[in-house]
Design a protein around this ligand. Structure first.
Ligand SMILES: Cc1cc2nc3c(=O)[nH]c(=O)nc-3n(C[C@H](O)[C@H](O)[C@H](O)COP(=O)(O)OP(=O)(O)OC[C@H]3O[C@@H](n4cnc5c(N)ncnc54)[C@H](O)[C@@H]3O)c2cc1C
Length: 474
């Protein structure tokens, strides 16, 4: 026998998407509940772990809308659904302003002080995460912001149920009427006028990762809380929802040692050194377009039969330049925290030190250097672009190499929504009463070059729009 509770809105998941939806809905006068599987006061989620940098495809969300639209179209090769692009670019600045009214604080960094290689850091949730390698989130901007949102929600009469795992949607004649959940051993039905799925994606579900992203999920590094296990997507599919863009994730190239060494994730990333040089397999051959950057490389690495047999290779010039160009750069933090870094005066010696075929690596680096100097990068196989990152010749000793792995942060695909966060069926009609926001949704990010738009802004804007749509304000 199930206990029963009744609300206007029930949010599944208490990350940034769920708490923004809930706090905004409560502000608009609705009776709201958040169901959160994590039982602890500071339950883990990607939002809490995040660096708190607000951007739209690495651009300042306060830029004119047209610039932001162009940035998303470019990075996703026009893959992003136009109505979602319109919605996020139209509402991102409003979302940040609203977040400030709820108590979020931002460190504003003057654009002239920013390094172009790391994109916009114009808005960072304060207190800012210090530039250290390991997880460091307690009392930092994202953690503090989630707490502020929860306070705002409780003040408006809303509730957060920790230790409560949503298991299925209550559907009646195609209309969503609530959520069935588990609280310990008890079953509880949360009846509601609308449900918003905000469970954070499916990166923590090895079966789904294997189905869509990698033949060897256990060989990827979970570069986040791993709490998104695809429950929301499963429930939405059962309710008749369409799903989209499941073949891409937001992630980074990490040291292979990050698999075991917690001092080496979520930073430093090897993205910039790998993108300036080459990424090879054990035979010394390239297999991805490094010029498309770290998020793309992490995806292609994951798709390899052996995602742990991969090495980034670069030279002294790159090490002194790209190697230092990040808030937590691999030079010098990689070695300092126990990460493997091989150096040698010749490429053949480097190959031996890495356990890579020397003849293969020598040929790869020779062909690559020829292509860089003669400006024929497109003739390489696979072709190397300079779309997101410039290729640099690997010529100045010492040469460097590091075993690398793919760090998966969140899945970019999921439940198909429209510009009001309504969940759509395959025929693009909305399922009455069902909404989704944040990393559980698909259609904005991904595409052939795995375009990244921004996890926090996606959660904030589509959470806010879900609440406003439910309240009849849109
Ligand atoms: C290390 C790191 C750094 C990052 N830095 C940035 C950054 O600087 N800028 C940026 O834009 N993005 C960043 N991101 C990405 C960003 O954090 C995420 O995209 C975003 O926070 C996702 O929010 P969400 O609410 O959709 O999911 P989450 O924050 O993951 O929240 C989902 C919640 O749903 C809960 N849940 C799951 N299943 C159920 C269920 N069945 N029932 C009830 N609850 C459930 C989970 O426990 C979780 O608490 C970073 C991520 C990481 C890990």
């Amino acid at each position: 026998m199930s206990e029963q509770q009744t609300y206007d809105v029930v949010c599944i998941g208490g990350g940034i998407a769920g708490l923004v939806t809930a706090a905004r809905a409560s502000e608009l006068g609705l009776k709201v509940a958040v169901l959160e599987r994590g039982a602890e006061e500071d339950y883990r989620c990607n939002s809490r772990y995040s660096g708190g940098v607000m951007h739209i495809s690495y651009k300042d969300p306060a830029l004119p809308k047209e610039e932001l639209i162009k940035a998303i179209q470019e990075i996703t090769d026009n893959y992003a659904a136009p109505d979602l692009v319109e919605a996020i670019t139209q509402n991102c600045k409003r979302g940040l302003d609203w977040l400030q009214q709820q108590g979020a604080r931002f460190l504003r960094v003057d654009p002239s002080m920013q390094r172009s290689d790391i994109g916009s850091r114009a808005w960072i949730l304060a207190p800012v995460r210090p530039p250290v390698t390991q997880l460091e989130w307690k009392g930092r901007g994202a953690d503090v912001t989630l707490k502020a949102l929860e306070r705002a929600l409780l003040k408006g009469g809303g509730k957060v149920f920790r230790g409560t795992s949503a298991s299925s949607l209550l559907m009646e004649n195609g209309v969503c009427k609530g959520v069935a959940a588990k609280q310990g051993e008890s079953n509880v039905d949360f009846r509601s006028r609308s449900v918003v799925v905000c469970d954070g994606g499916f990166q923590g579900n090895a079966n789904l990762v294997k189905l869509h992203l990698s033949p060897a999920p256990a060989k990827l590094k979970q570069r986040g809380a791993g709490t998104g296990i695809g429950d929301g997507m499963r429930m939405a599919i059962e309710a008749g929802a369409d799903i989209t863009s499941l073949d891409g994730f937001y992630g980074h190239v990490l040291s292979l040692d990050a698999m075991e060494n917690d001092m080496l994730w979520p930073y430093p990333q090897l993205d910039l050194v790998a993108a300036a040089g080459v990424l090879v397999d054990r035979s010394g051959k390239r297999f991805s377009d490094e010029g498309l950057g770290g998020v793309f490389m992490a995806n292609i690495m994951a798709r390899q039969q052996d995602p742990q047999g991969i090495f980034a290779v670069w030279d002294e010039v790159i090490w002194q330049d790209s190697g230092r160009a990040a808030a937590v750069p691999p030079n010098p933090t990689l070695e300092r925290h126990g990460g493997t870094l091989r150096t040698a005066n010749t490429i053949a010696e480097l190959a031996v030190a890495l356990g890579v075929d020397p003849a293969g690596l020598e040929k790869t680096v020779r062909d690559y250097n020829d292509a860089v100097t003669s400006n024929r990068l497109g003739t390489l196989s696979p072709a190397r672009s300079a779309k997101r990152r410039k290729a640099e010749a690997i010529v100045k000793a010492p040469f460097y190499g590091a075993p690398a792995c793919s760090g998966i942060t969140y899945t970019m695909g999921g439940i198909r929504i429209d510009g009001q966060s309504r969940v759509l069926r395959p025929d693009r009609s909305p399922i009455p009463g069902l909404y989704a926001a944040g990393a559980s949704t698909g259609g904005l990010e991904g595409g052939p070059c795995v375009g990244y738009v921004g996890g926090l802004m996606k959660g904030i804007v589509f959470g806010m729009l879900a609440a406003e749509s439910i309240a009849g304000k849109r």
